[in-house]
Design a binder for this molecule. Sequence first.
Ligand code: ADP
Length: 406
Amino acid sequence: MIILVINCGSSSIKYQLLDMKNEEVYDLMAKGLVEKIGLPDSSLTHKPTGKTPVTISAAIPDHKVGMKLVMDALIDPEHGVLKSFEDIEAVGHRVVQGADFFSGSALVNDDVIKKIEICSDFAPLHNPSNLLGIHAVSQVLPKVPQVVVFDTAFHQTMLPYAYMYALPWEYYEKYRIRRYGAHGTSHEYVSRRGAKLAGLDIENSKIITCHLGNGSSITAIKDGKCVDTTMGFTPLEGMIMGTRCGNIDASIVPYIMKKENLTPDQMTEIMNKKSGFLGLSGKSSDLRDMNAAALEGDKRAKIVLKKLTYDTIKNVGGFVAELNGVDLIVFTAGIGENNARLRRRICENLSYLGVKLDEEANVNASGGGETIISAPDSSIKVAMIPTNEELAIARDTMRLVCETED
Ligand code: ADP
């Protein structure tokens, strides 16, 4: 079954075209990444299997334009891999927020779309991008079944003390105000891959997964189930991110709104799109730009780098306490997979627990495949696992489409 998997992030569209023979066996036909959407140097990198990769630099102001570029690349006579769109049998989408409407993946229909729209309130950076992807596919492939895989589903095992805010109970009942988390597909995938690599029995394990990308979250996982995560009601909660502020004192929100005469939507936009690395540095939401600026002595970029490290250490440390120990720490996503320095800094601060890094393995791991980066005599294993939300989504898509056909 040829499945196109679309992962619309806040500033990126990742896609993979997979020929799924079964749950375990598949051929990757093509993959690619639309990067830096909304930034001046946006581009599409398309990697067709067995053909030369191509990078197309183009103005990509939004996800709709990005999706169009992806579709064109797939059937391009030179670097395409399909004769026509009709070869695609199903499409799977990552959707960030399903709230308590969805405890698992779902086939797209009008009702599902309506519920994803309702959930956009909770995920203003992501659900609208996810919906753009679904609508763009509906236009090009109207007869192809589409499946949505929710990033919140894995976090549904959190207990009330972890998911409830200490606000009046009525807001939970009236407005579904509680913590839902995000990046669940990634946390689940890398925890399972990491456990396998480290030789752990997932059913009897304590794992902390650090998904550090443009959006970042950290999750505590006991016996394969999420017990806590840093993101909350929306993907705004938690640590510093590319354009999101993460945790701040809630009183700051009405204070700034009054001082600056801002509407709730304007304030939401500031916290989601104009804060984080971008807001603090005043320069960029991309960590590579922060590294370059810090090297040139930019003080604010240096604070961004320090704060990212500090937020990660604080959350990992908190989860070690919550889990009463940890067997494995996993780093993943754009920053977690590529930033050896950050991984080293986190591990240095866990040396009191007996974490020992294999320096060489850590440096060599960046940009590579699944690697154990802790030393053999480390009391806690540490791994870099490239996330593969696309494979996890393709598996769910195939399962749901096949169930419907039966
Ligand atoms: P998202 O999917 O949430 O848009 P990603 O997981 O792609 O985000 O992560 C984007 C972040 O990863 C950016 O801050 C970027 O700077 C960083 N990143 C990506 N590749 C590299 C690299 N090779 N070296 C350092 N940082 C990188």
